[in-house]
Design a protein around this ligand. Structure first.
Ligand code: ADP
Ligand code: MG
Ligand code: MG
Length: 350
């Protein structure tokens, strides 16, 4: 019997578009001899829409984006209440990035519905999405990371001067200012002086009520894929070489100027350190399924963990699948493995 896969994509997130290309790629690569794919599109304003069944790979994002007249409206209340729709899936694949999808919210819904789903659970997803919580846990695991300062919008409104002084005291220029909960570099800027810092903080507050400010490193960016549940495997390392000032949204998705070098040219001992750190990060956040661990490696080969991404970019030309391809796991095999891991995790919980 074919497994019925609910493909959740889109999402109420600044990374909505990224999810559309991921879903298109997965629907093209998935083995239709093994799986029946049921697309569920979440609009930018959070409506859940069911599309017709996909019986073959889609040719374009548009096709997957489901035109309004093709849509069988099935909002979230119906999705939750409709027993047939819940039991209709063997596994849900939440191909959602950023808030309301990669952050544990949708994972919580799927838990309540008792549906197996691909990837990280509620705790890992939400802890991985909040850069402050993630860094605090990395600290507990003893992982080396850059110094950081964080605060809430209300604190900023009341003590601007004090908080700027704190950043200058605890960090050094340049600084990176980020919304605490987001991804794809949305809302992130680099600041080289107080004036830029204030602007960057105000910009980041447009996306979140909490911001994090880090000491900026001049370092290589090297990433590793982790795949598995309780005994995860780590892929080879890959280096990102953005042509822009830093790895911003456009260099990630738009201008195609970023070079991915796989495997990264790094000494073996540095690679082993990174592998160890990737596993520690995976374990301290209680991850499952997949994670991409991102590191900074300085000129003298010091390794700092930057972040983990609990639903990393997942098109065949994204870093995570490419890392696995170079490790010997093809894109369709990766999809199969993730689906198997989802079922394994669900069964173990019962
Ligand atoms: P996101 O979750 O949005 O990818 P990141 O923390 O990875 O956020 O930051 C995005 C990019 O900004 C990084 O890939 C890197 O290019 C740059 N960056 C972030 N923090 C720093 C830092 N502390 N030092 C140097 N570059 C940084
Ligand atoms: Mg991220
Ligand atoms: Mg990143």
């Amino acid at each position: 019997m074919k497994k019925r896969i609910g493909l959740l994509y889109g999402g109420k997130s600044a990374e909505h578009e990224v999810s559309l290309s991921t879903a298109t790629a997965v629907s093209k690569a998935i083995d239709y001899a093994k799986y029946e794919v049921h697309p569920i599109y979440i609009t930018l304003d959070g409506q859940w829409l069911r599309g017709p069944e996909l019986t073959q790979a889609v040719e374009s994002t548009e096709q997957l984006q489901l035109k309004p007249n093709q849509i069988l409206p099935n909002n979230i209340t119906e999705f939750v209440l409709d027993k047939t729709s819940q039991t209709q899936f063997d596994v849900v694949f939440p191909l959602l990035h950023g808030t309301n999808g990669e952050d544990g919210t949708v994972q919580g819904l799927l838990e309540v519905l008792n549906l197996p789903y691909v990837g990280n659970g509620v705790l890992a997803s939400s802890a991985g999405m909040d850069k402050v919580v993630m860094k605090q846990l990395f600290g507990v695991a003893g992982l080396q990371q850059v110094p950081y300062v964080y605060f809430l919008r209300k604190e900023w409104d009341q003590n601007q001067d004090e908080l700027i002084a704190k950043c200058e005291q605890e960090l050094s220029w340049p600084m990176f200012v980020k919304p605490a909960n987001l991804g794809s570099s949305v809302g992130i800027s680099k600041a080289s002086n107080v004036e830029e810092l204030i602007k960057a903080i105000q910009f980041a507050f447009q996306y979140d009520r909490k911001v994090i400010i880090e000491k900026g490193l001049n370092a290589r960016e090297i990433e590793m894929g982790v795949l598995g549940n309780d005994r995860p495997n780590v892929s080879v390392a890959g280096e990102i070489k953005p042509m822009t000032e830093f790895y911003d949204y456009d260099s990630k998705y738009k201008d195609g100027s970023t070079a991915l070098i796989i495997p990264a040219e790094i000494p073996t001992d540095v690679e082993s350190t990174m592998k160890e750190m990737a596993i520690k990060a995976f374990k301290i956040l209680d991850c499952a399924g997949l994670v991409r661990s991102d590191f900074f490696v300085t000129e003298n080969n010091e390794v700092y963990i930057n972040e983990v991404n609990t639903m990393p970019g997942f098109t065949p030309v994204s870093m995570y699948p490419l890392l696995w391809q170079h490790t010997g796991v093809s894109y369709p095999q990766l999809i199969d493995t993730l689906i198997e891991l989802a079922i394994e995790r669900h069964t173990e919980k019962q």
